[in-house]
Design a protein around this ligand. Sequence first.
Ligand code: GCU
Length: 633
Amino acid sequence: MRTKLAYALIGIAAWPVLPASAQEGAPPPPPPPLATVATSPHLVSADMRGGMELSGPWHYSIDPFRSGLAGFHGGLPDAGQRRWLDIDPRAEMAKDGRVLYEFDLGHSPFTTLPSSWLTEAPELRHYQGLMWYQRTFPAPAGRTGRFFLRFGAANYKTIVYLNGEAVGRHEGGFTPFAFEVTKLLKDGENRITVGVDSKVDETTVPPTVTDWENYGGVTRPVRLIATPDTYVDDAWVRMTRDGKLAADVHLDGPNAANRVIHLKIAELKLDRSATTDAQGNWHGVIAPPRGLVRWSPDRPKLYDVAIASGEDEWKDRIGFKTIEVRGTDILLNGKPIFLRGISLHEEEIGTDPTRAITPASARALLSEVKTGLHGNYVRLAHYPHTEVMTRMADELGLLVWSEVPVYWQVAWSNPETLATARNMLAENIVRDHNRASVAIWSVSNETPVTDARNTFLRTLVGDVRRLDDTRLVGAALLVERAKGDGPPVMEMVDPLADALDIVAINTYNGWYSQDRLATLPSSIWKVPTNKPLLFSEFGADAKAGFHDISDPQKFSEEFQAEYYRQTLAMMDRLPTLRGLSPWILKDFRSPRRQNPDFQQGWNRKGLISETGQRKQAFDVLAAYYAKREAAAK
Ligand code: GCU
């Protein structure tokens, strides 16, 4: 079992914040604990557990100068600025005229979580900084067992208080975190206060400059989850590359050690009992039960898997597959597969997305891939998407490239940045290691080659190898173009390629270059020929509805369609080509894209517009994949 010790290799940055108990003048007490994979509950498959949904109306209040975290000379926040206090400021001030509070969350406006505050009000559309949220909730009556607050994600740094006490902190905008609050809950009304700071900088993951909107907020559900005193905190049930079933189970609680557990897959008549070791772990390998149907895009078979441990019953829906590389082929369940994919950001269809992905919005996006494009694969860029998306990929039958936002100019030599990236990668793997759809863990996107970057990324590759030996490791790499006229001559010179299972390349010849599209098919590619080649990105912008027939200009649908025809013709000539994830399914918000005629703050490389309108290039790619799908039958 990848025990918490295994994760302990991953240190993590401290975030200088102060809990409620600090009094004026007192030395600042230590910051509340930081939730990491090494120190916090994993609560794997928590979305399958019952619990109290805390999504819905929350009060919100901005704090751009972070007065709720530090005073105006640093040190303690001023007494009138401590948002987390378990009080009613209006009542306190009415009771004693000398009292001063310069906040009152309980009487501040409401928003609905999960959502990004960018879409809450016009004046917040470009707010980047600290936002405070607060609500109250009744604790379950007659409480027994343990209680956890679990956040699906909050972007980017988060601090949580319950009933005036600091509960914990988290860094990272796209992975779940949980805090045990068993001892902090009180009968009747409980007040939860959450500070979310969307600020990213040169040391964060991602760094300041990205090509997507920085959606600050609590962007995925918050739930109060109850478990027995001893519960299944982590379970990973999968098919090994030699076709057996393996299971790793970790119990947490006073009776975790030497405990009898049962691994059950009723549909396969499997009920295997076992006993955990002194640390509450069990690792087992069993022959695949008779009749087991392997998961694949063509047959996305999922099984109800349960692990019974005393009063706890952990459940998940799991598909069993193998994915591996043999020479230049990618093998799914032992057979070569071509990945007919597309990239997408976590942004729902609509003119004002708030990055709150529901099952319906995930189904709408992924059905465009599965049904519309005849796809079998998605690159969930550039960060871990919500578990709603990976579960939908499990259900619809789409293989997934999952990645962490180690993107462009990362602080490669900063140990805290490395620790943040390692923790984020581990949190992503722990959350989704039971997802049949996940085939590739990606450690970076388009990062400039330096020694410090190579060391940083090799560390992440090593983490994947250590945490999950059933999936491939990738990264979206750049190639170099030889100088000279004529068709492009492209060469992969990135040393990281040697450490990866696949060679994945981003390329934009014909869009970010002056190449005539008709010359693209004669491009020359010098790439490693000993492993599968994917194109993880290529694309061109088009404003839906903008047409230019004769020698079409950029941003017209005709240009984008011709770009796809010529680029696909180029790629078809490459003998080790084994998959594509063009950039991108849907137009998405990017502050870097401000052409007033065509972009208006949107990156228009989508094959569908932000409202879901298909562009001509959509049909070009769909026809290409339909042909490949037919050829594979
Ligand atoms: C880059 C990058 C994407 C970006 C795209 C573009 O390759 O990986 O995040 O959106 O190109 O320029 O549109």
